[in-house]
Write a protein that binds this ligand. Sequence first.
Ligand code: PAF
Length: 292
Amino acid sequence: VEIVSSLDALRSARRALQGTVALVPTMGYLHEGHLALMREARKRCDHLIVSIFVNPTQFAPGEDLDRYPRDPEGDAEKCRQLGCDILLMPTPELMYSDDHSTRVEVSGLDQTLCGPRRPDHFVGVTTIVAKFFNLVQPDVAVFGEKDFQQLAIIKKMVRDLNFPIDIVGVPTVREPDGLALSSRNRYLSDEERAQATAISTALVTAHRTWQQGERRAQALLDSAHKVLDGAVGLRPDYVQLVHPDTLQAYAPDDELKNQPAHLAIAAHLGHTRLIDNLRLDRPLAAGPLEKL
Ligand code: PAF
C-alpha cells in the first residue's frame, strides 16, 4: 500500500494505476464493517483506494470530532493486509483551505431522520465525498448500509451531478448479539454496551411483527418502542418507519398495503449516539439478526 498525504502524490499514484479503481471513503479506526466494504471493493475493481479522513465539516460544535477514535498505524496495516493500493490520509488543512467556501447540498433527502437533528451534517458528508470523487476519479465507490440515509443521499448526489461512478451499498456487519459495528461503539461503558443490543432487537421485533402480517405503521412502531422502553438508560432520538427511497416517514395512522417499509432508529446511550436500520419487507440476511 502506498500511503499518500499530499494531493500531488495522490494524483501521480492514481495515474499509475491501470484498470478499474474502487474507492472506500472512511473516517478510519477501521473495523470489520470497513473491511467488508474493502473486500467488496476489491472484488469489483482491479485497484482499491481507501481514504481515511475525520471530516470536520460533518461534525457540529459539541459533537465528538475531538474524541473521535483514531489508529493510523493499525489502519494502515489493515489496508496493507486487504490489498489496498493507495491509502489517502490527508490533513484537514489540505482538504479545506482557509477560504474554502463551496458546499454540496442534496436537498430533500436530508429533511428526515438524522437531517433535522444534525443540521449541516449531510452537507459536510456530500462536500467531502464529492471532493474525494474528483480527486480519485473512481469507477466504483462503496459505502455501508448502516448509514442508509447517507447512502441514499450520496446516490442522489451522483445522479444529480453526473459522476460516472457506481455507488455500492454493503450490508451492515454486526456483533454476534446483533449490535451494528460502529467506531462509536468504543465509547460505550460495559453497561451501555449491554443496553445497546435493544436497538437491533427492536428492529428484529418490528421485522417479525411485519412478517406476521401487521401493516399498521403505529403497531409496527409500537413493537419496536416496547423493546427500546425496556432498555435502562437508552434514550431514543427517533424511531421512524420510512419509504426506503424517498426516506419520507409514514404517518402513524398509515396502513401499508404494497408499500416498502424501512425502520430506522437513532438512540443515545450516555454521551454516545447510535443509529441502525432494517428493511421490514425483505427477509433477514443470514447472520446475527436471525438468531435474536
Ligand atoms: O461514513 C463515513 O465514515 C463518513 O461519513 C464518510 C462517508 C467517510 C465521509 O466523511
